[in-house]
Ligand binder design. Structure first.
Ligand SMILES: Cc1cc2nc3c(=O)[nH]c(=O)nc-3n(C[C@H](O)[C@H](O)[C@H](O)COP(=O)(O)O)c2cc1C
Length: 223
């Protein structure tokens, strides 16, 4: 039973999305101490965005005709898709950047979709947790309600296009304590952080419970 984990933060130190995803992973690991985790750090080790068009237009029916760049892009798309197909559960941690989707996460999604095996709901019902973090706050009635143009797209891809059984943990106001203009929200930010840490642990537990029940189903189908 394996876990695939993707981190999209561009930070190497102090990443909140990584810290929340660590809680999910630790909670999941309680029941899966021996299990392997495959990791992709797309924010700090980005996938070249030029590889996407090369992969999309490569003629996979005639591999011999591809030049070296096209072949490398096709191989990379296949390797990324292999990682998903091999995983029993997924954990994805993605910050909000410039009110939109992290370009590194988008390139990863685009590359996976360019692989012919990633058609339809190719990950149907696989358990997954999405960790989303935002520097500001976007809830109902806030001045920037509706400005998060990332989360709905990410959910559309993961749930509706790929078919994952997705749980989401969202943390807001991560820039409180960093941006002095937000100092008045310190108390609220601390409450939000504590709540998302609680939810993260719960979702990690859910990931391992889903896997345990899948194991039980496959064991009973073998007996
Ligand atoms: C280049 C950049 C752009 C950002 N754009 C936004 C934004 O549009 N809205 C927002 O709420 N936070 C924004 N943030 C803040 C991040 O979402 C926040 O710092 C988050 O915690 C980053 O994830 P990490 O802590 O895992 O690195 C931005 C941060 C950076 C570095």
């Amino acid at each position: 039973m394996s876990l695939f984990r993707l981190d999209a933060s561009i930070r190497r130190e102090g990443s909140v999305s990584r810290a929340i995803a660590d809680i999910v992973e630790e909670s999941w690991r309680k029941e899966n101490s021996e299990v392997e985790v495959t990791r992709r750090h797309v924010g700090t080790e980005p996938i070249p965005s030029t590889s996407w068009a090369l992969s999309v237009f490569a003629n996979r029916d005639d591999i011999a005709s591809l030049d070296l760049e096209q072949k490398a892009a096709v191989d990379l798309a296949a390797a990324l898709t292999d990682e998903l197909l091999a995983a029993d559960a997924l954990l994805l941690a993605v910050p909000l950047y410039n009110f939109g989707v992290s370009e590194h996460f988008k390139t990863w999604v685009d590359m996976v979709i360019s692989d012919p095996r990633a058609k339809g709901q190719f990950l149907k019902d696989r358990p997954a947790v999405l960790v989303v973090v935002r520097g500001g706050a976007y809830g109902a009635g806030t001045p920037r309600e509706g400005w998060d143009h990332a989360t709905s797209w990410i959910r559309r891809i993961l749930e509706d296009v790929w078919g994952l059984d997705l749980r989401v943990v969202e943390t807001e106001f991560t820039l409180v304590g960093v941006n002095p203009a937000l100092d008045e929200f310190k108390g609220l930010a601390a409450e939000m952080r504590a709540e998302s840490e609680r939810v993260a642990a719960e979702h990690g537990q859910h990931l391992s419970t889903s896997l345990a029940s899948d194991r039980a189903v496959s064991a009973s189908s073998l007996s």
